[in-house]
Design a binder for this molecule. Structure first.
Ligand code: PXG
Length: 464
């Protein structure tokens, strides 16, 4: 058995990467001049780069490696599955044991009214599936005018046409004329950045009522669904005020509109419950999943579908003309099952709720005292630090927003830890297997990173 190991000097790898590889969400021209970082190994929460440096993976890859890196149980399960049935599809009246086992397992883990799953290979495909399911459902229900899906500014639902359209990332919309027609965006419950002239509670209510206003303005008979992440991830770990979700629930209960909880990040234990919907007591009609489903060992996503939506989608008969070559891929399903085995047998969901979650939260929130930090926030195992130029004027952003965040991200990497920058928020979302010792190391490295970032920003005249 062989892997694509590092047999080249770092410089040669960088050169070949620069010559042939287009990176996602990157300025490839600038990156080619600077050279990519090359990760060659990973074990537990630790990455190793091509120069032999060890780096704490504070982002669990891209919010996905719940069980940590290098778990041979998953590799072994995939090897066994590939040896028995490496590929077959789930079209044309066929299925196979791994897809069946995973569908049944997910129905058991999900809230009780979600009993069926449609498989795909990523979160973006899951949301493209959502887009088509919502419209097909309303067609089947004899309400073809209910086409509009309401999303939120700064929400993230993927990078495909539907995913990027449902998301509210303006930089993505600006490229290629998105969103596609039939998508409407409302404001996000981002108290620190956009609501600080009100109490968090009042602001949460106000943002929830944006949904009410949008539905009433557009007309309930034209709106098919509302899509939202329980906690926004890529938008900067935006934890809504406590008043937000109960009010959204009230609004949805009073109206005939589907609710889509995008669980691609919040699912599989990130918030200390199997799904973010359980954490907030939400009752979604559709639940896109990906990432933590396989801990990123192989690409897989899906949409969990409520009994109510199944009635329209399936109950009336007729084809749903949608599917992917790799829907329910046997090796990916085997990886997912082995990953779920680990999450269950090691009690990782409970661990986030009662052990490592509270442990890391307490220490992370302590970073809020740092002179560069306007707010430290964390829920489950996802957290953010808002960098600000002045503690005296807490909510005023840097004048050249985004630059201090990137500086801080680079310093963090140099100090041996991955933190992601979203504008000038520093984000973490570590593997759920993080030990207390590793959590201490994470916080100590974050503190050293803040100190160094502060020193440079002060020297260069960025701070008051
Ligand atoms: N929904 C949510 C909530 C996500 O976070 C997707 C859908 C799309 O999933 P795929 O598997 O198609 O990428 C995501 C993905 C970042 C970052 O830098 C976040 C994501 C993906 C890539 C980068 O924060 N989230």
């Amino acid at each position: 058995m062989t892997a694509v190991s590092n047999t080249y000097p770092t410089a040669a790898l960088r050169e070949a990467d620069a010559a042939h590889h287009i990176h996602p969400f990157s300025d490839t021209k600038a990156l080619n001049e600077e050279g990519s970082r090359i990760i060659t190994h990973a074990q537990g929460v630790w990455l190793t780069d091509s120069d032999g440096n060890r780096i704490l993976d504070g982002m669990a890859g891209l919010w996905c490696v719940q069980v940590g890196h290098g778990r041979t149980e998953i590799a072994d399960a995939v090897h066994a599955q590939m040896s028995e049935l490496s590929y077959y599809n789930t079209f044309f009246k066929t299925t196979h044991p791994p897809a069946v086992a995973l569908a049944e397992r997910l129905a058991k883990l999900a809230p009780p009214h979600l009993n069926r799953v449609f498989f795909c290979s990523s979160g973006s495909e899951a949301n493209d599936t959502v887009f088509r399911m919502v419209r097909h459902y309303w067609d089947q229900m004899g309400k073809p005018d209910k086409k509009v899906i309401i999303g939120r500014w700064n929400g993230y639902h993927g990078s495909t046409l539907a995913g990027a359209s449902l998301g509210g990332m303006k930089a993505m919309h600006a490229q290629g004329g998105l969103p596609v027609p039939g998508v409407h965006h409302i404001d996000q419950p981002y108290w620190f950045g956009e609501g600080h002239d009100m109490s968090p509670e009042a602001f949460g209510l106000k943002m929830a009522r944006e949904l009410e206003r949008a539905i009433d303005e557009l007309g309930e008979d034209t709106v098919g669904a509302f899509i939202a992440e329980p906690v926004q991830g890529a938008g900067g770990v935006i934890i809504p005020p406590d008043s937000y979700w109960p009010e959204v629930k009230r609004i949805l209960n009073e109206r005939d509109i589907l609710f889509v909880a995008d669980e691609v990040i919040c699912g599989f234990g990130r918030l200390g419950e199997w799904f973010g919907s359980q954490f907030y007591g939400l009752e979604p009609d559709l639940m896109p999943i990906a990432k933590g489903l396989t801990s990123g060992y192989l690409p897989m996503g899906g949409v969990l579908v409520s009994d109510r939506v199944c009635e329209g989608l399936i109950g009336k008969g007729g084809d749903f003309n949608h599917g992917y070559t790799y829907s329910g891929h046997p090796a990916c399903a085997a990886a997912a099952l082995a990953n779920l085995d680990i999450i269950e047998s090691e009690g990782l969901v409970e661990r986030v709720k009662t052990d490592i979650g509270p442990y890391l939260q307490e220490r992370w929130l302590g970073l809020g005292d740092h002179p560069l930090v306007g707010e430290a926030r964390m829920t489950g195992l996802m957290g953010a630090l808002e960098l600000v130029p002045s503690k005296a004027d807490l909510h005023r952003p840097f004048k050249d927003a985004g630059v201090p965040g990137l500086l801080c991200r680079d310093i963090s990497f140099e100090k041996g830890m991955v933190m992601r920058a979203v504008r000038d928020s520093m984000i973490i979302s570590p593997p759920l297997v993080l030990t207390h010792e590793e959590a201490d190391h994470l916080v100590a490295t974050a503190l050293a990173t803040l100190d160094e970032t502060h020193r440079i920003l002060k020297r260069d005249g960025w701070l008051d």
